[in-house]
Design a protein around this ligand. Sequence first.
Ligand SMILES: Nc1ncnc2c1ncn2[C@@H]1O[C@H](COP(=O)(O)OP(=O)(O)OP(=O)(O)O)[C@@H](O)[C@H]1O
Length: 270
Amino acid sequence: MYKKYFSFLHKVDQSTHESALVDKYEDSNHLIELRHVEKTYHTDAGDFTALRGVDLQVNAGEFLAIIGKSGSGKSTILNMITGVDRPTAGEVVINGTAVHKMQENQMAVWRGRNIGIVFQFFQLLPTLSVLENIMLPMDFCNTYRPNERQERAMSLLKMVEMTGQANKLPTELSGGQQQRVAIVRALANDPPIIVADEPTGNLDSKTADAVFSLFDELVGRGKTILMVTHDSDIERRVGRSITVADGEIVNQTGDYKIFNQASTVGGNPS
Ligand SMILES: Nc1ncnc2c1ncn2[C@@H]1O[C@H](COP(=O)(O)OP(=O)(O)OP(=O)(O)O)[C@@H](O)[C@H]1O
């Protein structure tokens, strides 16, 4: 249902912005690579090892589900990829960039341009309008010209059929609407990678299905999506899933290699 708007968005993207990673994809074997990543939290109660040598490769254009019981380490894996948290040992390489070798301020801009993050509880800024929420990443990372940002935010809202809500506050929207806004906010800078932590966990099944369809459309346009989920329906609908238990990847389904062939990034036509 969102498909008709993507060709329009593609024109906007091509004329105004190139993703920071886009020209490096052709010769990259893996878009995302975790090399023996370990994470130990030091707490008053003692050390707790949340990740025990995680190795993971993700190709451009994959839709990967990360599943596992509560506390198994799923969000910690996402935090390693986004650079929100640092590994105790090991390395995260995203298209040739060693994520954790960047300075904090460098990393914030890199993250803003290359990774869109979607949360279970949406995390829209409550005092900003829907439109302002979507413009925020562009303002922060200085992507697109200032006078183009509003038009781009509106075109993203159009994609999810919500232009009529542009001036509302997040609290005036339903959960499903807030999540659609959060997803297009994650797309604001046209990042090649979207990570989503339980994005349908707070939605009824019909709304969750619509949100999943939106992610599916994005994968069809060449985005790479990593999604933590407890939803077994969604798990069955993605290309590959990994199961995490006690800080380790204990199972994988699907074959990531098949996604290597046709994948493109940055909203290019598929
Ligand atoms: N900052 C922290 N300090 C100490 N322990 C932490 C910290 N963050 C996470 N942990 C612990 O690390 C383990 C893995 O946490 P993580 O959030 O990655 O699990 P999860 O699989 O995403 O769980 P859930 O499905 O409940 O979100 C948990 O036992 C958690 O309590």
